[in-house]
Design a protein around this ligand. Structure first.
Ligand SMILES: [Zn+2]
Length: 629
């Protein structure tokens, strides 16, 4: 029997790249964020800002690339956006002066606001309150988690999935005084908007330089409210791509600072999700020393992510058209024999139906990623466990990725689900195998699965109730049994000599669980750890002691380094970033929050590829190991 190894496969890349992201991010503090990323061929020879009057020609770009022709189609058919035609007009020639640039930026920003009113992406904010340790390095002391769907038809608002008090309350004041010390989640969602009424006359614009963000050549412009201007809202710097003049990044704070509440500093990024359409994807927020009273100082970091822009069937009835395009034979019954199911087969089919209903629902609301290559990587590890233990499951199994940050894994029937956050922080393949072995054990041991979801009416609930209405937890006895079985599976597996690493991860998890309850608290499955217990606790004894100073001991990674989520389609992929060597223990940042530096690029204007509806990833059948790479 052969087992798939990952010596050159995807998984090592997957496991290595978290470190890179950590180190990259660490090397760039927000105060330096105006500088070009180290790898970008930044063109910084622009005239000093002070010499630029608004009508003077912009300094020529010093790189040899010619400006690409302006795009002409702005609103592709696939975008559920209707904007008056005059707002979709694209500039046909490059803007020559700062004045021209600002006119176009303002026009694009109005188009952007109009688009956002039709968008209902998921918005997730994860925040860590920090304090400095003895070595003056920030360490987390508590955390917060918000998840909702953005609703912007009358200013930014959101619908909460996790039921915080005050969440979902429509903010009538829009950009004033919304962040209190209670961290209104609305405040973070709002940072996708620079100014709901962005007007040239409210602001002073100062050209800084040209700079590359990823593949994009950008104009960097400082934006300040004009003196005495009460209606201006934003104060900071914008990056404008030099083809259609969309703002692709802005960095600063809101203005004027309210008396009672606080505006945080943020770094907000937009991605080109459809041709000509740039939408918010990431916001990094940080305050290191915000005085909020005589004694209280705010010190925190937060990441806000948006995804789920293209959710099929969200308030729309698209199912019927999908059925119409199916080929006739696909409607035919697929069963081999034309006989009724035996009782056992009927029971299995019933469970399968409940499983498929749950998966479909989770994907539709934007909590579960569509089937992807990542699923296949996970399924390969599962297959390695099955093959080396001579287990034939007698049915197929799948792995899927939950798009949220809290660390959790669970099973829905024969589908193993792992959260994006968990995949991000796992340091190596043995730790991944440990998580998968526990979930696989629930399947192998035949632990029951609540089949009430086979009745479709059980799925008629509002999306924001998903965490209340869907529950994939197992009983404590089943958890204990799955832990024991998982250890047995791992001891026969290719990971048997590396279980110390998995134990090390559990130690780190246990150590951080008191201050990071919101990262470790599951929403759909069983808890991974609390301050008393940790899953698979018997692995702890075989693990070395945690040594925060040792650079070669990586117990857990920071969030965000491993999986890349396409915010439009929710497709997940492995991050392609290369591994870097840590230069100090400060860069380890276990379970930590870092700034974002996405590699920006422009979508080509080619006709949209036909979206393929894929079924769940098919792992190799049990007993038939996947090809070694
Ligand atoms: Zn379990």
């Amino acid at each position: 029997m052969r087992i798939a190894r990952f010596s050159s496969g995807l998984l090592l890349t997957l496991l290595a790249c978290g470190l890179l992201a950590a180190a990259q991010d660490a090397s760039t503090s927000p105060s330096q964020s105006a500088a070009a990323p180290a790898t970008a061929p930044a063109s910084t020879s622009g005239s000093p800002a002070a010499q630029n009057s608004a009508d003077a020609p912009l300094p020529p770009s010093t790189d040899s690339a010619q400006p690409a022709p302006a795009q002409t189609s702005q609103t592709p058919a696939a975008t559920p956006v209707s904007v008056p035609a005059n707002q979709t007009m694209a500039p046909s020639t490059p803007a020559a002066t700062l004045n021209d640039v600002v006119d176009r930026v303002v026009q694009r920003e109005h188009f952007f606001i109009a688009q956002m009113k039709h968008m209902h992406p998921m918005v997730e904010t994860y925040l860590q309150n920090l304090k400095n340790d003895d070595a003056n390095n920030p360490i987390p002391v508590s955390d917060q988690y918000f998840l909702g769907r953005l609703e912007m038809s009358d200013g930014p608002d959101d619908i909460s999935f996790v039921g915080q008090p005050g969440f979902g309350h429509r903010m009538l004041t829009k950009l004033t005084g919304v962040y209190s010390l209670h961290y209104l989640p609305m405040g973070f969602a709002q940072m996708v908007i620079l100014d709901t009424d962005f007007q040239k006359r409210y602001y002073k614009f100062t050209f800084v330089r040209r700079e590359f963000l990823g593949d994009l050549r950008c104009l960097v412009i400082d934006v300040q409210p004009r003196e005495g201007q009460k209606t201006a809202r934003f104060m900071g710097r914008i990056w404008v791509e030099d083809q259609d003049y969309n703002i692709v990044r802005f960095n600063g704070t809101y203005y004027p600072q309210p008396k009672i509440n606080f505006f945080f500093h943020f770094d907000s990024w937009r991605l080109n999700m459809r041709p000509g359409v740039w939408l918010p994807a990431y916001v990094y927020t940080e305050e290191s020393n915000l005085k909020t009273g005589l004694t209280k100082t705010l010190h925190f970091k937060a990441q806000t992510r948006l995804w789920g822009y293209d959710l099929k069937g969200l308030g729309k009835n698209e199912e019927f058209t999908q059925i119409l395009v199916d080929a006739p034979q696909s409607v035919k019954d697929q069963s081999d024999a034309a006989a009724d199911a035996t009782p056992i087969v009927a029971e299995r089919m019933w469970e399968k139906q409940a499983e498929e209903n749950a998966i479909e629902r989770l994907q539709k609301i934007g909590l579960l990623a569509p089937a992807s290559e990542v699923d296949k990587v996970l399924a390969t590890v599962v297959n390695n466990l099955l093959v080396t233990n001579n287990i034939d499951l007698q049915s197929d199994y799948h792995c899927r990725v939950l798009l949220t940050a809290p660390l959790e894994s669970f099973t829905i029937g024969h589908t193993i689900v792992m959260s994006r956050g968990l995949l991000d922080v796992l340091p190596d393949e043995a730790s991944l195998a440990m998580v998968l072995a526990h979930e696989l054990s629930h399947i192998v041991l035949g632990h029951p699965f609540d089949t009430k979801l086979a009745f479709n009416d059980k799925l008629f609930f509002p999306d924001q109730d998903s965490f209340k209405r869907l529950d994939f937890r197992h009983s404590p006895a089943e958890e204990t049994a799955a832990d024991a079985k998982a250890i047995e599976l791992l001891k026969n597996s290719p990971y048997k000599d590396k279980l110390g690493n998995a134990g090390l991860f559990l130690k780190a998890l246990q150590q951080h669980s008191p201050e990071l309850p919101n990262l470790i608290r599951p929403h759909l499955g069983n808890s991974f750890a609390n301050d008393k217990d940790v899953r698979m606790a018997s692995l702890l004894s075989g693990a070395p002691n945690l040594d925060p100073k040792r650079l070669d001991q990586i117990a857990a990674l920071p969030l965000g380094g491993r999986l890349k989520v396409d915010p439009w389609s929710d497709q997940v992929d492995l991050s392609k970033a290369k591994q870097v060597t840590l230069t100090s223990a400060r860069e380890k940042m276990e379970f930590g929050i870092t700034p974002f530096f996405p590699h920006l690029s422009r979508l080509s204007n080619s006709p949209e590829k036909v979206a393929l509806t894929t079924t769940s990833a098919q792992p190799g059948d049990a007993g038939q190991p996947a090809e070694a790479k």
